[in-house]
Design a protein around this ligand. Structure first.
Ligand SMILES: Cc1ncc(COP(=O)(O)O)c(C=O)c1O
Length: 484
């Protein structure tokens, strides 16, 4: 299996290159040359596999054995998911207050959000490749509060990696910030950035400029483990298969899924899983008031609007960059089209899809933009009804699905819960109308992070590019000197 850019401007590369590069050199996103098809018979054979064994089967479709042997892949996977607190990795909780509705709990990894699912594997994989080559690289990520902690956790103390984790200061919770800034690992560098009116999207702009700076990029061997990296999306296809196989009485039974969405990495993975053969009937793309994806699915227009702060802050995202990856497959794998759309969006901030493309991209999707009140009241109502505590992002998924009650085609519904409520104590207190957090809103990892001093660099957004070039270069040279 080889990988190409969805913009079509680079020669095909192997899996290892796609992972270590992160971005394709033409500014496109790496995609596999084709999507493997999975038959119903195959799915039936997978029905009783553990999460790790299922992941092994799915990833084997995308990775050649000459690049990672069977033993190495099994080892990487069991190491990655051995750090999770539940044996089944992602348990499914049946809601009592909704008919045939299950919450897929994606937050049992060490940093208690779904980002652990992709990054537990990807960061270890990057490290594996680098150790084999005896090389180092710098990874840089922007975070709305969850990618940062997971990247920092898995990168910590790995000599092959320098991890730069940028976050918009005051737009993530203190708990999320502490997860990144209290690790005390010499190779993890959190950077809190003031003055980001568009949140983490402002940081993505600076990262794109650093990537475009050829001298800097090559000197520091710059890469990314944001969901622009194919490894994240590939890994995230697994939980859709796993969740489906846990809930379906019979393989082939249609099931609906509701996904709280921001940059569309998670739902891009779900969409690809469906194209590979997973019988998901409808995906509900659940936005908060930052509703770029809802606008696309409901009107066929991809447009930017100013960011709004909401209770589900991790999906306060302006531009769902993984949508371009989904679009490549949804509209006939035509890189010229994607290139044209990406260029028009960069120039005009808007793409108005033609009817034929709009019909293709929205097939099998519903969408909804959840208000802040709906998010808060969903947390409250589910807790009162059954003492089950949703985090604000899981609540966005459930609230969006509620609006389609009685209209969904499948009998069963899975709502993806992407973070643990302990990351959002202020919102939980507001929702439950209390100053005292219930046990379900606390977590030992969050408590542990309170006991350490924070170590962080602080910076002003207008000067971020210059400041990063200076500090990253100095740090790289110092580390190289110490090592060689
Ligand atoms: C808790 C949480 N839920 C949902 C999302 C949205 O995921 P995606 O950006 O892949 O759409 C994110 C991250 O952005 C997140 O941190």
């Amino acid at each position: 299996m080889r990988y190409i850019s969805n913009k079509g401007g680079v020669e095909p590369v192997d899996f290892e290159t796609a992972i270590l590069d992160g971005f394709a050199a033409d500014g496109g996103l790496y995609v596999p040359e084709y999507l493997p098809k999975i038959s119903r018979e195959q799915l039936k054979e997978w029905a009783n596999l553990s999460y790790v064994d299922l992941a092994f089967e799915i990833l084997s479709l995308f990775i050649e054995r000459t690049i990672i042997s069977e033993t190495e892949l099994r080892h990487l996977l069991s190491n990655a998911y051995g750090t999770f607190s539940k044996e089944e990795v992602i348990p499914l909780y049946p809601l009592k207050s909704r008919k045939q509705t299950y919450v897929m709990e994606l937050f049992h990894g060490p940093t208690i959000s779904f980002k652990d699912i992709g990054l537990a594997f990807l960061v270890n994989l990057v490290d594996f490749f680098l150790q084999r080559r005896n090389e180092r690289l710098s990874i840089i990520v922007a975070t709305t509060g969850d990618t940062g902690p997971a990247t920092a956790y898995y990168a910590a103390n790995k000599p092959s990696l320098d991890a730069w984790v940028l976050y918009p200061k005051d737009k993530i919770t203190e708990e999320q910030e502490r997860q990144m800034t209290t690790l005390g690992a010499p190779n993890v560098h959190p950077v809190g950035v003031y003055n980001c009116p568009d949140g983490a999207d402002d940081l993505d702009v600076v990262i794109a400029k650093l990537y475009a700076n050829q001298r800097f990029k090559e000197k520091l061997r710059l890469s990314s483990v944001n969901s622009i990296n194919w490894g994240r999306v590939m890994m995230q296809t697994v939980h859709y298969f796993y969740g489906y196989l846990q809930i379906a009485d019979e393989v082939g039974e249609p099931i609906d899924m509701a996904v709280p969405s921001g940059a569309f990495g998670n739902l891009c993975a779900g969409s690809l899983a469906r194209m590979m053969g997973l019988p998901v009937q409808t995906f509900i793309c659940a936005n908060n008031r930052n509703a770029c994806l809802h606008r696309i699915f409901s009107t066929g227009v991809f447009s930017k609007q100013a960011i709004i702060e909401t209770p589900s802050s991790a999906i306060d995202i302006l531009i769902p960059y993984n949508f371009w990856r989904y679009l490549y497959f949804a509209t006939g794998q035509n890189p010229q089209k994607i290139n044209h759309w990406m260029q028009s969006f960069a120039k005009n901030g808007i793409v108005d899809f033609q009817e034929i493309d709009y019909m293709s991209l929205k097939k099998g999707f519903l969408s909804y933009s959840v208000t802040d009140t709906q998010t808060i009241s969903t947390i409250q109502e589910v807790y009162q009804a059954e003492a089950y505590l949703l985090d604000p992002h899981g609540a966005v998924a459930v609230a969006a699905a509620d609006t389609f009650e009685g209209k969904l085609p499948a009998n069963k519904l899975i709502c993806l819960a992407t973070a643990h409520p302990a990351k959002f104590p202020t919102i939980i207190k507001q929702a439950l109308g209390t100053t005292q957090l219930p046990q379900a809103a606390t977590h030992e990892r969050i408590e542990a992070a309170k006991k350490y001093c924070q170590q962080v660099r602080l910076c002003e957004q207008p000067y971020l590019e210059e400041a990063l070039i200076q500090v990253m270069e100095r740090n790289w040279e110092k580390t190289q000197e110490a090592l060689y």
